[in-house]
Design a protein around this ligand. Structure first.
Ligand SMILES: [Zn+2]
Length: 148
């Protein structure tokens, strides 16, 4: 799948964001290794801490559908009413990066943060998390479990 196509899906997912408190809409499109795409948006809550980012929404949808291998996520965020041309690049927050690390190869998993279909930055997860909390293979080595 071409980056522009995945970004286009993230833009569509952004329309479903539930953001009555921040008015900051985020959409994400997660490409699984098998070619399936899972969309996510941010979902806010009056108590704040239950709020979920668009990236994690996409991941949890995919994981709850039985998928464990992913190649790319596209992210598109911006304040409600803002023209897309003035969007900033929105990189995933630290919590989302840690969730990605649980399921993705940091050296190959790509994160596309977009201002438009054609204007985006591509980074690997390793670039966004150069010093990482241990990944699941470390835990497998300690107790012999397979986490996938
Ligand atoms: Zn996040």
């Amino acid at each position: 799948m071409e980056p522009m196509e995945l970004i286009r899906l993230a833009i569509q997912a952004r329309d479903f964001a539930y953001v009555p408190y921040s008015n900051y809409l985020c959409g994400a499109a997660l490409l699984a290794a098998n070619g399936e795409v899972f969309l996510g948006c941010n979902v806010e809550n009056a108590a704040y801490s239950p709020t979920n980012c668009g990236e994690r929404t996409a991941f949890f949808k995919a994981i709850s559908n039985g998928l464990r291998e992913f190649s790319t996520i596209a992210v598109m965020c911006g304040a409600r009413g803002t023209e897309a041309e003035s969007f900033e690049y929105a990189f995933p927050c630290g919590v989302c990066r840690q969730v990605m690390l649980e399921f993705c190869d940091a050296d190959t998993f790509k994160i596309l943060t977009a201002r438009s279909e054609a204007d985006y930055i591509s980074r690997t997860l390793a670039e966004l998390m150069p010093e990482r909390w241990p990944t699941s293979p470390m835990f497998e080595a300690q107790d012999g479990r397979t986490l996938n």
